[in-house]
Ligand binder design. Structure first.
Ligand code: TEU
Ligand code: CA
Length: 555
């Protein structure tokens, strides 16, 4: 395998709005990010992914871009962005931005021009289609609820949007539009950006006939991803994108890809793949509900273990995936993947170890390194997220009471990950001196950076060790390129795997149960690399306590 500069890196996702506010307006900003670069460096981070910071009306928190060449005023200025790039570079760190090019904001100049002249050139930057007897052209339900089609005022046409109606989809079949996007991407790369996280990219290929599908809900609509799954040819668009942009600059790209077709993985992440890597969402998909969050199943340990193992075994044949336990669209991993008794510092460290030492590129989401958890939500009005509001309505329509629907949202809401970063036990968790745009998690006095920095046994200090081990000269090679092989799969509570190459064999073994378990090790122990309870000795017959994780070098 050809080695790439990003193979052995550790990445961190910043959600700028909730990271660090330096001017007291309650909104995180670029100055805040710059002020925390040393903190991230100390955590061992190489690559920083910024969720969107472009000019936006923030209908979907910046995933609705009004100007691809401008920084949102809320976050700062282009000069500050350049400063961030320079400061990161000084520390040997790389910045990647979010690339949201399936759609833009309805405030974008292109869309405004399209509305002004629905038969003109810019209408062809979008999908403007005639309705069927006054009804939308097809029966698709958008990801955020309601029809994918919105009337174009003053015409008999509709425009297409897979997300909110304020996020019109861009017409990738139009070469002119593609050229505009490529120019913009190259402009950012020329500035010194290391690459992009690429948003919702599988959706760019449409079935231009927009056929109806069998309704799958009481609203009579069908999920729009059914159209995505019914069409071929996204690969050609992705290759065109890559050849005109990323490839020329050896950029690192991580695609957000759902609904990939069977057998397509090598085309996406192989040596000549469309992207450097894509996220592994397989464990997250375990809680996909058939109709929404209200019928989302809880994650079962054995299913979760099997899912991760299967994914690792499959992916290593083709390349690397990016491993996460949470991101800005997901509830906190500790609250989701750990049973209640395990939502402790020990359990949090255990989950982190399993995730970070998998084969692939680890992405740590802000706050994960201190073990942030889901918040307690008391009313639907406390949420900001557009998707949560939609899911609340879906749950109510399905017959759930207000309390029940609230409980569903509290469990699954994207806002769980978006509450402000907990820096200290000061007011508003030290995130802002003003009024935070989204409420602070009430547990900030127990869980925050400042107190964990002082505590040698904290989750934060453990994460620092964990990342260090992964990148240490002795083990870097095996953790980066070593094969993955599962172990102890027949047990009730053990999640374990080997990472090995021609020289080394490492065992990562965790007990997700409450009770101690005795394991016969297959190989003699050479060295204890990491332990979440300061274990100094490991015998061939290993007593693993509940919530204990240990990383061993085998001889
Ligand atoms: O998410 C894409 C996506 O498919 C989402 O619909 C996801 O399933 C949803 O967040 C679950 O509630 C990306 C971004 O990560 C997300 O934040 C944006 O809202 C979305 O694209 C639109 O840009
Ligand atoms: Ca601010």
């Amino acid at each position: 395998m050809k080695k790439k500069w990003w193979h052995d890196k550790v990445a961190y996702q910043i959600y700028p709005k909730s990271f660090c506010d330096t001017n007291g307006d309650g909104i995180g900003d670029l100055r805040g990010i710059i002020s925390k670069l040393d903190y991230l460096k100390e955590l061992g981070i190489d690559i920083i992914w910024l969720s969107p910071i472009y000019k936006s009306p923030f209908v979907d928190q910046g995933y609705d871009i009004a100007d691809y060449y401008a920084i949102a005023e809320e976050f700062g200025t282009m000069d500050e962005f350049d400063e961030l790039l320079a400061e990161a570079k000084k520390r040997d760190m790389y910045i990647i931005m979010d690339l949201v090019i399936n759609h833009c904001s309805s405030q974008h100049e292109w869309f405004q021009k399209a509305l002004a002249d629905p038969d003109g050139e810019y209408a062809d930057y979008f999908y403007f289609r005639k309705g069927k007897n006054g009804n939308p052209p097809s029966n698709y339900r958008s990801y955020f609820g309601g029809s994918c089609w919105e009337p174009v005022p003053g015409t008999d046409k509709f425009y297409f949007h897979m997300f909110a109606k304020e996020q019109p989809d861009l017409n990738w079949e139009n070469p002119k539009l593609r050229q505009e996007l490529y120019k913009m991407i190259n402009w950012w790369l020329d500035k010194g950006l290391a690459g992009f996280r690429i948003d919702a990219i599988i959706n760019i290929k449409k079935n231009l006939a927009f056929p109806d599908f069998e309704p799958d809900g009481t609203d009579g609509l069908a999920s729009c991803w059914k159209m995505v799954e019914s069409v071929d040819g996204v690969g050609e668009l992705l290759e065109d994108l890559k050849k005109n942009t990323f490839q020329k600059q050896d950029a690192f790209t991580v695609g957000e890809v759902f609904n990939m077709k069977e057998g397509e993985l090598p085309q996406f992440i192989g040596e000549e793949g469309h992207f450097s890597t894509i996220f592994d969402f397989s464990a997250h998909s375990l809680s996909d509900g058939e109709h929404g969050w209200y019928d989302a199943p809880s994650v079962d340990f054995k299913k979760w273990r099997e899912t991760i193992i299967n994914s690792q075994m499959e992916v290593q044949k083709s390349g690397f995936e990016a491993n996460i336990i949470e991101n800005h669209d997901e509830p906190r991993g500790v609250s989701r993947f750990l049973p209640e008794y395990a939502r402790t510092p020990a359990g949090t460290k255990m989950l982190g170890t399993i995730s970070v030492l998998l084969r692939g590129i680890p992405f740590i989401y802000q706050g994960q390194e201190i073990g942030m958890q889901n918040a307690v939500w008391n009313s639907i009005d406390e949420f900001d997220d557009i998707s949560t509001k939609d899911q609340y309505h879906i749950a109510r329509k399905a017959g759930l009471s207000n309390e029940e629907a609230l409980e569903v949202c509290a469990k699954m809401s994207r806002d769980n990950a978006r509450t402000p970063m907990q820096w200290s036990s000061k007011e508003n968790a030290g995130f802002t001196t003003g009024m935070p745009w989204l409420k602070v998690n009430s547990n900030y006095k127990e869980i925050n950076v400042k107190s964990q920095e002082k505590d040698a046994d904290s989750v934060l200090n453990y994460y620092r060790k964990l990342v260090k081990v992964r990148k240490s000269p002795e083990y870097k090679e095996v953790f980066t390129y070593g094969q993955f092989e599962p172990a102890y799969e027949d047990t009730d509570s053990i999640m374990a795997y080997y990472r090995f190459d021609g020289e080394k064999r490492v065992l990562v073994v965790a007990n997700f149960g409450k009770e101690a378990v005795e394991l016969e090790l297959q190989y003699p122990v050479k060295n204890i690399i990491l332990s979440n309870r300061d274990r100094k000795k490991a015998e061939r017959t290993l007593q693993l306590d509940g919530l204990e994780v240990i990383v061993l070098e085998c001889s």
